[in-house]
Design a protein around this ligand. Structure first.
Ligand SMILES: Nc1nc2c(ncn2[C@@H]2O[C@H](COP(=O)(O)OP(=O)(O)O)[C@@H](O)[C@H]2O)c(=O)[nH]1
Ligand SMILES: [Mg+2]
Length: 197
């Protein structure tokens, strides 16, 4: 079975835990004093099961240059970001400030991973249309600026939550297939060269 790690990133209160919670009842929230919430769940995407590790990363993880921080903590934060195969960058459509913060998180993720991983921009709380501060077009434009896809969700009504994770899983699978194909191509290339020799 495929297995992937997804990091949920955003300002506290945007609904990262609630989105993860929609996927499973066995959710451990960060209220227990542990620094990050985590969840292991199985989702079925395109009739194939997939094991997902979901981590809700606290904002501190991205502010890793504060004076007095131990090397161990810095290393832990860095590794937590690094092990994400993909990221949901979550803001609340009811808060422009949470939206404006995403550029910073994006920059820190790319800096830490050294490449551009699979990222989906997620405008959560779409059920609260009456107190909207960020338009759907605004969200789409920001995601497009970073070459990422975009979706609006409601962790309250569950609208589009499965779709957000399914999009990521499809991306992961496509990437994995590409990598496997490259390995096969390289092997075939080596074989060809052997015959010539
Ligand atoms: N109306 C609405 N409320 C939400 C939604 N998602 C989360 N919330 C509420 O927003 C608050 C913060 O959610 P939480 O998941 O703890 O945010 P986190 O800090 O990002 O993990 C809670 O009171 C949730 O019930 C949503 O899609 N719609
Ligand atoms: Mg939370």
């Amino acid at each position: 079975m495929d297995s992937f790690t997804v990091n949920l990133v955003g300002v506290r209160g945007v609904g990262r835990s609630s989105l993860a919670q929609q996927l499973s009842v066995n959710f451990i929230d960060d209220n227990f004093g542990i620094p990050e919430a985590c969840l292991l769940t199985i989702v079925v995407v395109d009739t194939l099961p997939c094991l997902l590790y979901l981590y809700v990363l606290a904002e501190d993880y991205f502010d890793n240059d504060r004076p007095g921080m131990s090397i161990h903590l810095k290393e832990f934060h860095r590794k937590s970001i690094e092990k994400g195969n993909g990221f949901l960058l979550v803001y609340s459509v009811t808060s422009r400030a949470t939206f404006e913060r995403l550029e910073y998180f994006h920059q820190r993720i790319v800096h830490t991973k050294g490449n551009i991983p699979r990222i989906i921009f997620v405008g959560n709380k779409s059920d609260r249309n009456f107190s909207r501060e960020v338009s759907k077009v605004g969200g789409e434009q920001l995601a497009a600026q970073f070459g990422s896809s975009f979706i609006e969700t409601s962790a309250k009504t569950a609208q589009n939550v499965d779709a957000a994770f399914a999009d990521l899983v499809r991306d992961f699978r496509a990437q994995k297939r590409d990598e496997e194909r490259n390995v096969v191509d390289r092997k075939a290339e080596r074989k060809k060269r052997c015959i010539i020799l």
